[in-house]
Design a protein around this ligand. Structure first.
Ligand code: 5AD
Ligand code: SF4
Length: 498
């Protein structure tokens, strides 16, 4: 597969064209052009230009956003910034926002509002807003009208422009808005990344979403699907292995659509290639869509030694009418059959899911179908959400006719059932010996270490800090709904370069 390389200047021109064509922004078009790749290089005069200054990034939302923040931290560090230990001491404060539900947005408005007096005391401070909220026109209007303390607003396709935007913000008092509405089929490779220290790392493989579920803002904020070239992904994973990371999570809104645009490779092929990288012991991926979860993919997961036995497979609802109105491309029956296939090929696989309650028009009977599905599938865990209308999505035009009281009641019943199932599933692990990758000292108890099983269950146990970064065997003694407790039996594999 060849890469069509373009320069950052050419990319800038494409982005400007996209801004000029912003009227078409909600057009669910597929990009027919071939993927082009631009290699990032920071302009020389911006390197180390901010020495002595501090930054703070506040991240909301999904793992994609967490990883974008690592990239932006990498850019800022290359500019000479260091990370502030306290937000209020930072010279540059960046909000990397999420637009998936209203409460994520409300938190950001609250925090940005809080900075107004701080900015008055420190007028040299720069405040930026990026991420999914920045892609929304009403959000930008609100910032312009009510939040004069904000200096820079940039979109999900403009991350690589952060250094130049900071430079501009220093030279002007006006707020700068740079939001490219539709992602070009161009990926910027080679951006610096300041990854969280530890044993595990995120790796982007696929950007955007073409699914247009009727409740979801993501296709509008993240643009059309684009896949990274497999050799770029593998090179990044090899580099991570060399620097001592033992676990990687491949990221995308729909990882199993990986390669549809490249046409010569699919997600199963990529998993197989990544599985061959020496030094990486565990490979995870998120998020999978039940659609396009092929037999080949199931087989590859089953036979790739380092690919972990955990699949996050959002179902959203257990009722076919609701699924249809959500524009999910699966039915309840298709989904249950897929789960059967996965379970028969990958013994002891852990399954988790996402579920929305209170979608417009969801009746009590339809909700009971979701409870019934939970009973039948018996997930290891579920992320459960109250439906939140998102402006610009089809469902937001439908009457949000379920009262908050009913929505909350459904959410509680759903969580109660799922907690009971999660506990029952964990109870089956009591007395068993599991492999744990030790991540660090427990966040809740400094006398304990924590790590995860291959099935992504959190385990606490006593042990020396020397074990951090090692693969160990732990015998499970106590189980709770969310965590397991056990005792260390032996070290399975100490990290080679620690
Ligand atoms: N309201 C509530 N939950 C939502 N999700 C996406 N959009 C909405 C919305 N408008 C949930 C879905 C998705 C998860 C990441 O967030 O369950 O899988
Ligand atoms: Fe949103 Fe559906 Fe795309 Fe997931 S698959 S990001 S829920 S539109």
């Amino acid at each position: 597969m060849s890469k069509d390389l373009i320069s950052l200047d050419e990319l800038m021109k494409l982005g400007q064209d996209a801004m000029d064509n912003a009227g078409n922004k909600h057009r669910p078009s597929m990009q027919e052009k071939d993927l082009q790749v631009a290699t990032y290089q920071m302009p020389i005069h911006l390197k180390d230009s901010m020495q002595g200054k501090q930054y703070s990034i506040l991240t909301y939302g999904c793992q994609m956003n967490e990883h974008d923040s690592e990239i932006m931290a990498g850019l800022l560090q290359e500019m000479g910034y260091t990370q502030a230990s306290d937000v209020d001491e930072a010279d540059f404060i960046l909000f990397n926002t999420c637009a998936v539900r209203e409460n994520a947005e409300s938190k950001v408005w609250g925090e940005v509002g809080r900075l107004k007096p701080l900015k008055r005391l420190n007028p040299g401070m720069i405040i930026g807003i990026c991420g999914c909220m920045a892609q929304e026109e009403p959000v930008r209007q609100r910032i312009q009208a009510k939040y004069p303390q904000v200096d820079i607003v940039f979109g999900t396709h403009n991350v690589h422009r952060l250094p130049e935007l900071i430079e501009q913000a220093q030279q002007t008092k006006e707020a700068i808005f740079e939001v490219w509405e539709e992602a070009q089929p161009v990926l910027v490779e080679n951006m610096p990344k300041a990854r969280m220290e530890g044993t595990k790392a995120w790796v982007n493989i696929h950007y955007g979403c073409n699914k247009f579920c009727t409740y979801c803002i993501v296709p509008y904020t993240r643009g059309r699907e684009r896949s990274r070239i497999p050799s770029d992904v593998v090179a990044e994973v090899e580099e991570l292995a060399k620097t001592g990371f033992r676990e990687i999570t491949l990221l995308g809104q729909n990882v199993n659509d990986y390669g549809l645009d490249l046409k010569t490779v699919d997600f199963a092929d990529l998993l197989e290639q990544v599985n061959r990288v020496d030094g990486i012991d565990r490979i995870r991926f998120t998020t999978s869509n039940p659609w396009n979860f092929t037999d080949k993919l199931i087989d590859t997961i089953a036979h790739s030694k380092n690919v972990c036995e955990h699949i996050h497979l959002p179902v959203q609802s257990g009722n076919n009418d609701v699924l249809k109105r959500m524009n999910r491309s699966h039915t309840r029956e298709y989904y249950m059959e897929l789960v059967d296939k996965i379970r028969s090929s990958i013994p002891d696989v852990a399954l988790t899911t996402d579920i929305i309650v209170g979608f417009p028009g969801e009746t009590e009977e339809q909700f009971l179908d979701t409870l019934d599905l939970l009973q039948r599938i018996r997930y290891d865990g579920a992320y459960t959400f109250i439906y939140s209308p998102r402006k610009g999505t089809p469902a937001a035009k439908w009457e949000d006719n379920i009262t908050m009281e009913v929505k909350k009641d459904r959410l509680n019943r759903l969580m109660e059932l799922q907690n009971q199932i999660s506990l029952e599933k964990n109870l089956r692990l009591q007395g068993k010996v599991v492999e744990v990758l030790v991540e660090g000292v427990s966040k809740t108890n400094p006398d304990m270490l924590s790590g995860r099983t291959r099935t992504n269950k959190l385990v606490h146990f006593k042990g020396s800090e020397k074990r951090i970064g090692q693969l160990v065997m732990v015998e499970i003694a106590d189980v709770q709904t969310w965590t397991l407790k056990g005792s260390l039996l032996e070290v399975k594999d100490a990290a080679p370069n620690r």
